[in-house]
Ligand binder design. Structure first.
Ligand code: NAP
Length: 226
């Protein structure tokens, strides 16, 4: 069993994925910008390394020897942060660095975490285009995320078998792991239930172990009626 390299391993999704992967027996390389800020991450045999997902050299230096990579990076962790420092090209740079670095190192599977904003609503429009559903002040982040998805789609014929899992009904850090989730398509799923970060991680690891979706973006949510 090869290892999994997790970008954004110090964040909410990254920590959940790291824990799920270790729980399944995978070696994990946790990529963070400053290992000193995450002293607990190295517990349980996790290799913590410094890296920047937008830097091709940095990505290329850490991905070799893994069977899969996970992109759980966000430059924006909450509305209080504001957008003054947001690079609209952040997710494009990340996609380019990951696709290039993984291809050069022979890593064939990439699972990325997406953003609800660019799923399609009932009227066929992206959620972020409906101010009644999506806060306009977060739109710059949504546009940056969407540009990254577009970049992945442009690599549909490339060697990296990527998948973006987009939470369709919200993510909850405190919610428990149930081991259950529901994959959909491009639209906000009907009756989408909130998903725990732990169950998002289950979906990510399932799609690494037994890939069912390829070079596409799908929604992921908790099972209906829960
Ligand atoms: N409902 C939804 O659709 C929904 C909800 C939540 C999250 N998400 C998405 O899920 C993904 C993960 O979000 P999250 O909640 O886990 O975010 P988070 O807790 O804020 O963690 C993001 C992590 O990204 C890291 N990071 C930032 N810039 C980086 C860079 N240049 N290189 C490497 N790492 C970098 C940060 O690292 P440091 O530790 O170094 O600061 C941080 O630990 C994001 O794409 C986010 O947009 C979607």
């Amino acid at each position: 069993m090869g290892g999994i390299v997790v970008f954004g391993a110090g964040g909410r999704a990254g920590r959940a994925v790291t824990g799920e992967a270790r729980g399944r027996g995978y070696e994990v390389t946790a990529v963070v910008r400053d290992p000193g800020r995450h002293p607990d991450l190295g517990a349980n045999g996790v290799a913590v390394v410094r890296g920047d997902v937008t830097d091709p050299g940095s990505v290329g230096a850490v991905v070799g020897g893994h069977v899969a990579a996970v992109h759980a990076v966000s430059p924006f962790s909450g509305p209080e942060q504001g957008f003054d420092s947001l690079d609209p090209e952040f997710f494009v740079k990340a996609a380019d660095a990951l696709l290039g670095g993984l291809a050069a190192s022979g890593v064939r599977r990439l699972v990325a975490v997406g953003l609800f904003a660019n799923l399609l609503g009932a009227d066929g429009r992206p959620v972020m285009d409906d101010p009644a559903v999506f806060p306009p002040e977060i739109r710059p982040f949504a546009l940056a995320h969407t540009a990254g998805l577009r970049r992945l789609r442009e690599a549909a014929d490339g060697p990296v078998d990527w998948l973006m899992l987009t939470p369709g009904g919200g993510l909850e850090q405190a919610a428990a792991r149930t081991g259950r989730y529901r994959l959909g398509g491009e639209r906000v799923p009907d009756g989408a239930a909130v998903l725990s970060y732990a169950d998002l991680a289950v979906a990510v690891l399932d799609e690494i172990e037994t890939p069912t979706r390829h070079r596409t973006r799908v929604s992921v949510c908790g099972p209906s009626g829960e």
